[in-house]
Design a protein around this ligand. Structure first.
Ligand SMILES: C[S@@+](CC[C@H](N)C(=O)[O-])C[C@H]1O[C@@H](n2cnc3c(N)ncnc32)[C@H](O)[C@@H]1O
Length: 270
């Protein structure tokens, strides 16, 4: 595939009906297409593999949320000075619309309780590949000065989260960034990396180890689902193995717990 075809394919994806609204960072597309070019094949084979991979990495968790509309409704909601309970009910209604947060809702209180018990009260948290995780903040009940940096590649979601933060979390920020190509360089006591390590593995087999090593944090809270999205197969041993392999031979401590349909791994880096 020559340079002109490469640029053409990137432009085609960015302007496609499926991905246009996400305004995906250029680097994620460049990196994924470069990886496929390196595997070889003719132009048709490369683009077919690239599109399939992109679908697995990005499209399988696209939600139906109209973020502009949702932001408008959120602004009206917060103008009425809602109580904490009303904020939780609103957050639940939004999380209900996204597949991976929806799966967590039956156990949301237990999940946040376990998480908070492990992380304590850090000064700064990084939420990596966040999707709608920041809507868990009302359950985590962290002090308002806790800095919270949430990363995702989906621009409309990032804008929605930043508007949400202006109402309740002045020390929180959402950032559009491909965290695999550019892992955050900020140091923090703690990073959340929920329900994404298995998809990272699909994008670049074995990449989680270097990714965990690059993070300048003391504790990485990783979660992975116990079952596939349709609930047909148990993924417990496969996902447990994924984490053990990622940290094998490193002097890090690992604690593991299951909350509902989610496996939580607490990786302590000295
Ligand atoms: C399966 S969802 C998980 C989200 C959330 N952490 C949860 O537990 O519900 C994956 C999210 O990661 C984002 N994502 C995927 N690859 C990413 C990358 N390389 N950098 C940043 N965000 C990414 C997607 O846009 C999507 O919002």
């Amino acid at each position: 595939m020559d340079r002109a075809n490469f640029e053409q394919e990137i432009a085609r994806i960015r302007n496609s009906r499926k991905y246009r609204a996400l305004n995906l960072p250029e680097d994620i597309l460049q990196e994924m297409l470069t990886a496929e070019v390196a595997l070889g094949g003719n132009k048709a084979e490369i683009t077919q593999r690239f599109r399939k991979k992109l679908h697995n990495v990005i499209a399988s968790y696209l939600d139906e949320i109209d973020y502009a509309q949702e932001t408008k409704q959120m602004k009206a909601f917060f103008q009425a000075n809602p109580t904490n309970e009303q904020v939780k009910a609103w957050a639940l209604s939004v999380m209900q619309k996204h597949a991976s947060t929806r799966e967590r809702l039956p156990n949301i209180a237990a999940f946040c309780q376990v998480l908070r018990a492990y992380i304590g009260t850090p000064h700064r948290i990084l939420d990596l590949a966040c999707a709608l995780d920041p809507l868990l903040l009302p359950w985590l009940a962290l002090p308002s000065e806790t800095e919270f940096f949430a990363y995702d590649i989906h621009q409309p979601r990032i804008e929605f989260l930043n508007t949400f933060f202006t109402f309740l979390y002045p020390s929180a920020h959402a950032i559009q960034q491909d965290i695999l190509v550019n892992p955050p360089t900020q140091s923090a006591e703690c990073a959340f990396f929920f329900k994404e390590a298995h998809r990272f593995e699909k994008r670049a087999p074995g990449c989680n180890r270097a990714f965990f090593q690059a993070l300048r944090v003391n504790l990485i809270a990783v979660s992975l689902p116990t079952e596939d999205l349709r609930g047909h197969h148990s993924l417990v041993s496969y996902h447990t193995q994924l984490i053990y392999t990622a940290i094998a031979g490193l002097p890090w401590e690992l604690k593991q717990i299951q909350v509902g349909n989610e496996l939580l791994f607490f990786i302590h880096k000295p």
